[in-house]
Design a protein. Sequence first.
Length: 118
Amino acid sequence: MGTVDRRKIFGKRLKQVLIERGISQTKLASELSTSDKTISSYVYGNANPPLAVVVAIAEKLNITSDFLLGLSNELKELNDTNNPIDDEILIIRQSYSSLSEVQREAVLALIQSITEEK
């Protein structure tokens, strides 16, 4: 699959989710601290977003990046799983992202000390 095809798939799926969720391109752009023009270029397949942007968009829309990238045809919400471990990981991930750098370092040190005790 070529780059143009991937951009078109990403754009089509991004547009689909925005419509289904009732989110405007302007609102998404604002939440991502980018321009309407940038989001529009993704929606119309004129630009290929960097991976970090794909992940940020997926997180904002609460869907998997696999769906946006065309790697999965299942529109699955990030927190819509039947696996309790996945639920725990999502909670940890959301909590971790709200921590300061110092707090993150403390969490990592704690995890390392716990796993070394095994």
